[in-house]
Design a protein around this ligand. Structure first.
Ligand code: KG4
Ligand code: ZN
Length: 334
């Protein structure tokens, strides 16, 4: 193992994040400037505005990350940055900053995959054993990934339509909650007394894929029907029905993947890993089945740059550096 000091940058969506990570494990500093308040009024992330906000914040966030870490540019071993997937204009801001630093400081540049970051957020707090399975649930992604060994990724299942966080945000919007709506639905569901039964999309019996758009439509249909009849909508019961359906499918498919692939662990990651219902259901189920479940703390579930430093560490170890010609890849595959 090495004790390198990485400066990691993440700007793929609506958080400008910079972190200093030592040896791929120790978070020396982790600074996040969130744009949520800016995008909230539009009901979602506006790409143009996201890019501009990143430009405004990136230097300040970087300076703060260095000063909180108590290090200078001279102490750094390499610069790591998210290459994709994400919004192209947003990614570009982090990439230009990373390239400039790498060039000026004559340091290696490490290109990182955003989802590899979410998965390896677990490495900042846990010991990962292989083979394992990762359930990645975020605003842009819903994937089951087989990790055969360190640094290898094989997507065995993914969403065929909406990402799970996206479905949460759309349902929340229909219930008049501000963006991002996931946490509001989670809270409503946990507090609800009743529950409206909604469908589950299992797809083919052997498939690890997901589909959430039918469920989302079912929620919208309940809202419309209630409105037409002039009745009172039980938002809590609806949120609970939605959440129960989502969790049921996620948990069953993840557990089946662990069993069928003989995985030693299940890693939960991505912004939706903050969901209380999902964490509770997976924890209970894994306990009953004797499966070891790894979940990062809430602050490392949503977008941050420490996770990018953790994933970049693997490339540092193998000397996998990228050239200054590297480009943003909005659809980068894992
Ligand atoms: O990983 P992330 O920060 O950004 C992406 O890479 O997409 O995930 C953000 C997503 C949003 O859709 C947000 O609504 C969802 O995570 N989210 C939640 C919860 N907290 C955040 N969804 C359900 N329950 C939560 N408690
Ligand atoms: Zn993310």
């Amino acid at each position: 193992t090495t004790n390198e000091l990485l400066l990691a940058i993440e700007t793929s969506c609506d958080e400008t994040a910079v972190s200093v990570v030592r040896g791929g494990r120790e978070i020396v500093s982790n600074v996040i400037a969130s744009q949520i308040q800016t995008h909230e009024q539009f009901g979602g992330v506006v790409p143009e505005i996201a890019s501009r906000k990143h430009v405004e914040s990136i230097t300040l966030v970087m300076e703060q990350a260095l000063s909180e870490a108590g290090v200078t540019f001279r102490d750094l071993s390499a610069i790591a940055v998210t290459q994709g997937p994400g919004l192209v204009g947003a990614l570009l801001v982090g990439i230009v900053a990373a390239k400039s630093l790498a060039m000026a400081l004559e340091l290696p540049l490490i290109a990182t995959h955003h989802i590899a970051g979410h998965i390896y957020a677990n490495r900042l707090v846990h010991e990962i054993e292989y083979p394992s399975v990762a359930l990645v649930v975020s605003g842009g992604h819903t994937e089951l990934v087989e990790l055969e060994r360190e640094g290898s990724f094989r997507i065995i299942g993914q969403t065929r339509d909406d990402a799970v966080g996206e479905a949460y945000d759309k349902v929340a919007r229909a219930l008049q909650f501000p963006y991002p709506g996931g946490p509001h639905i989670d809270r409503l569901a946990m507090e609800a007394l009743g529950e409206i039964e909604l469908p589950r999309a299992w797809l083919e019996p052997d498939s690890y894929d997901f589909s959430f758009s039918g469920l989302k439509s079912a929620v919208l249909a309940v809202i419309n029907q209630t409105r037409m009849k002039g009745g009172e909508l039980d938002k809590g019961a609806l949120a609970r029905g939605f959440q129960t359906s989502v969790i049921h499918v996620l948990v069953e498919k993840a557990i089946r993947a662990v069993r069928e692939l003989g995985a030693k662990q299940l890693l939960l990651c991505g912004g939706v890993a903050a969901n209380k219902g999902l964490r509770a259901a997976l924890t209970a189920r894994c306990q009953a089945e004797g499966i070891s479940l790894l979940v990062p703390p809430l602050s490392l579930c949503t977008d941050n740059a420490a996770m990018i430093g953790a994933a970049a560490h693997l490339k540092w170890k193998s000397g996998e550096f990228t050239s200054l010609e590297m480009k943003a890849e909005p659809g980068l595959s894992l």
